[in-house]
Design a protein around this ligand. Structure first.
Ligand code: KIV
Length: 272
């Protein structure tokens, strides 16, 4: 049964604002390749995020820092080919927008032009306001990302909950207002107290999508490999696993190895 209030043939940034206004929660999930994005899109996920978490999940790096702009464009173009309904948002990777706003714009343009994506996402608030403005002026929709911003992991030191203290919470609230004023179409809030996230969501007119930010926001985002239980060593409190694919896949692949070794595969029906 669908719980959507309105059918969208193609989700746009305007549709997301409409969803917030009508109280319809927004679903967002990552994808990094064609096959997964096809399934995610067909399941009516509203927004597909080509996250720089590809650096962890796909490439096996410890952080999101090593992934390059070229690699993000490769992932994004594969996802765009699969997405018929969802809005495709792409993370601008670390090192391709921080030095100055012209570089930020060049990176955003490359993503839009070479992948065909619909929007980009950046991490940070006031520190990157010139870049955000310049990208928006070029007509590129921008989504912000506040709270635990993984590209700053070496500044934070750990992946624990952010903005528990008053000073950081106040900065987060003013950064969210700033991103709204600059013209961003949405904000991701990662790993912050649910009460603070709800306060932010109620204080801005643009959709606020949470990951580890409670249920008082306008939508939720997860890494698809986490939701499917493929990353079985990762189990933060905010994660709801809908499958245990790691075990199911391991079992299937072990069975295949056994079948090859025992000469059971291929049988006559599987041969020409
Ligand atoms: O890169 C990513 O997957 C993200 C989500 C965790 C929001 O930014």
């Amino acid at each position: 049964m669908s719980v959507a209030k309105k059918e969208y043939k193609r989700v746009t940034v305007k549709s997301l604002i409409e969803m917030k206004q009508s109280g319809e929660k927004i679903s967002m999930l990552t994808s990094y390749d064609y096959s997964m994005a096809k399934i995610v899109d067909a399941a009516n996920v509203d927004v597909i995020l080509v996250g720089d978490s590809a650096s962890n999940v796909i490439a096996g790096h410890e952080t999101t820092l090593p992934i390059t702009l070229d690699q993000m464009i490769y992932h994004a173009s594969s996802v765009v080919r699969a997405a018929k309904r969802a809005l495709v948002v792409v993370d601008i990777p670390f090192g391709s927008y921080q030095s100055d706003s012209k570089e930020a714009l060049r990176s955003a343009i490359r993503i839009m032009k070479e992948s065909g994506a619909h929007a980009i996402k950046v991490e940070g608030g006031t520190e990157i306001k010139e870049s955000v403005s310049r990208i928006l002026q070029a007509g590129i929709p921008v989504m912000g990302h506040l709270g635990l911003t993984p590209q700053s992991i070496y500044k934070f030191g750990t992946y624990t909950v952010r903005a528990k203290e008053e000073e950081e919470a106040e900065k987060l609230k003013s950064d969210a207002k700033l991103l709204e004023e600059l013209g961003c179409f949405g904000i991701v809030l990662e790993k912050i107290p649910a009460k603070l996230a709800q306060e932010v969501a109620e204080s801005v007119s643009i959709p606020v999508i949470g990951i580890g930010a409670g249920n008082g926001v306008d939508g939720q985002v997860l890494v698809v490999h986490d939701l499917l239980g493929m990353t079985h060593e990762f189990h933060p409190r905010f994660l709801r696993r809908y499958m245990n694919l790691y075990d199911d896949m391991s079992e299937a692949i072990s069975q295949y190895v056994d079948d090859v070794k025992s000469r059971d595969f291929p049988n006559d029906d599987e041969s020409y």
